[in-house]
Design a protein around this ligand. Structure first.
Ligand code: FES
Ligand code: FES
Length: 159
């Protein structure tokens, strides 16, 4: 059903007339031009499309717009502040925690959701939280190191 959906996207209010069954992934990528959120499997299996909905990691390919009404959506485009990358983004660059980079936005947002709840995760915490995000380039070890490094930096209050 076509209807008006209001939500907050990366800190800004948005109102759209949209089919409320349309998936958030297509609204972000095709309607709003935010292509940082990636289309991998389209079946809630790979994690490439992960965004935050009220600070919870969700799969945008499986989240219909009717679930967005009144909520806060954060995409990879919303993490940088004042022209500076988020500590997680900086740590991924520092550790070369990607090869093709296709999984990276989903990895970073999934990790961000973890660090919002657990500022000092163990390797096991990270592995268990990240295990449903796939990386076909095999960057997992570097991703874990980057997340630990970012957590350390964030605990230190540098950002
Ligand atoms: S594209 Fe959404 S989980 Fe793969
Ligand atoms: S860096 Fe290529 S899929 Fe992860």
């Amino acid at each position: 059903m076509q209807r008006q959906i209001h939500f907050t996207l990366n800190g800004k209010s948005v109102g759209l007339s949209v089919d409320d069954e349309r998936m958030l992934l297509w609204v972000l990528r095709s309607d709003l031009g935010l292509t940082g959120t990636k289309y991998g499997c389209g079946q809630s299996l790979c994690g490439a499309c992960t965004v935050l909905l009220d600070d919870e990691a969700v799969r945008a390919c499986a989240t219909p717009m009717k679930e967005i009404q009144g909520k806060k959506v954060t995409t990879i485009e919303g993490l940088a502040r004042d022209g500076r990358l988020h500590p997680l983004q900086e740590a991924f660059v520092r550790h070369n925690a990607f090869q093709c980079g296709y999984c990276t936005p989903g990895m970073i947002l999934t990790a961000y959701a973890l660090l919002l709840r657990n500022s000092n995760p163990s390797d096991e915490d990270i592995i268990s939280h990240m295990e449903d995000n796939l990386c076909r380039c095999g960057s997992h070890q570097r991703i874990i190191r980057a997340i630990k490094d970012a957590a350390r930096e964030m605990r230190g209050g540098l950002r």
